[in-house]
Design a protein around this ligand. Structure first.
Ligand code: GLN
Length: 280
């Protein structure tokens, strides 16, 4: 069996099972087994695949055919141009979350040595991406799940930013040792009733309770005690949630400035809450 044929076989299996991106997924699995870059694979289709590697590839294909997420099978996912280790204890970083990182970097670069909190850090994707882009930033990465802390620490070490990040095993903002300038929050926001459709990933990272907003609401309630005057909180939200969330924040923080921003699909995805510079 040569590499080209192995790729074709994988593509056919996935295609027959209705996977939209059969070609790409077969390629990623084969490259993972053979430890090859895209160029490495595409320039060596005629080379043979050893029986051991081929069996391994078939095994990964059959895991994918049971709908295990590709990122958990290969153990990595790219986010903000960086490679992150992931396993089934963390949410797989999503491309739409990159807009929170971009905005945190934009605001953070205007401050001297900004203090930033990534609340519900999961794989550490947000904390690490921000740290890499603001060398003066000091970042608190918080998660309720100790497993996530270990994975986020591993990703921070891999990207050489472990000295910028303090990891905290705690509940939302309650364990922060000092006030911060920016809070970045990709908290669970899927309605409890809808959560099964995205199963495979940790429910604790997705399930936002009956309304979808339970966790976000609790965190917004803590903001006034943990965010500096003039500080900002960047929240990721789900499709169609912006009106309800903005109303909830207005009620809790009447003096704050609130802005919503659409993602690349035109969905209102990010809420920016900025506290007034002085206490009203
Ligand atoms: N965007 C994720 C999804 O659609 C949800 C992430 C979250 O709840 N923070 O599954």
């Amino acid at each position: 069996m040569n590499r080209g044929n192995a790729l074709r076989e994988g593509r056919e299996k996935l295609c027959q099972a209705g996977f939209d991106e059969a070609s790409l997924e077969a390629e990623l699995l084969l490259r993972h087994v053979l430890k090859l870059s895209r160029a490495g694979l595409y320039s060596s289709f005629d080379e043979s695949v050893s029986p051991g590697d081929f069996n391994c590839y078939l095994e990964l294909l059959s895991r994918r055919l049971t709908h295990e997420p590709l990122a958990y099978i290969t153990g990595n996912r790219e986010f903000y141009g960086l490679d992150f280790y992931v396993d089934s204890s963390v949410l797989i970083p999503r491309p739409e979350t990159e807009m929170l990182v971009e905005e945190a970097i934009r605001i953070g670069l205007q401050l001297d040595s900004p203090l930033i909190c990534d609340v519900g850090t999961g794989s550490g994707a947000i904390a690490v991406s921000v740290a890499r882009n603001i060398p003066e930033a000091k970042i608190y990465a918080v998660d309720i799940n100790q497993n996530c802390i270990e994975i986020a620490r591993k990703n921070a070490l891999y990207h050489g930013v472990e000295r910028q990040i303090t990891f905290i095993h705690g509940d939302l903002l309650s364990s922060l040792p000092q006030r911060v300038d920016i809070v970045v929050a990709n908290l669970p926001y899927v309605k409890h009733g809808d959560v099964e459709s995205v199963a495979g990933e940790p429910l604790v990272a997705l399930d936002g309770g009956a309304s979808g907003l339970d966790v976000i609401e609790r965190m917004v309630g803590q903001m006034r005690y943990h965010l500096n005057n003039g500080g900002s909180c960047l929240l990721e939200i789900g499709e169609g949630q912006h009106t309800e969330i903005v109303g909830m924040i207005r009620k809790q923080l009447p003096a704050a400035t609130i802005k919503t921003t659409r993602d690349f699909n035109g969905i209102e995805r990010m809420v920016t809450v900025t506290l007034p510079l002085v206490n009203p």
